[in-house]
Ligand binder design. Structure first.
Ligand SMILES: [Zn+2]
Length: 54
């Protein structure tokens, strides 16, 4: 099972979508994207609350 995070679902006008079967990797990618693109710090708990299983 993979997890998917869709940036638009978090309220951003952004086409970033990431999908991974590795939760640690997914969290790291989303944190990097949030920081670099939206200047936002996301905790792993925030990300776990935002992902969907696909
Ligand atoms: Zn984004």
């Amino acid at each position: 099972m993979a997890k998917e995070v869709v940036c638009r679902d978090a309220g951003y006008d952004c086409d970033f979508v990431i999908r991974s079967e590795n939760e640690d990797e997914l969290i790291e990618f989303v944190q990097t994207h949030a920081k670099e693109t939206h200047d936002t710090e996301m905790s792993s708990a925030d990300i776990e609350g935002a992902w969907t299983t696909v």
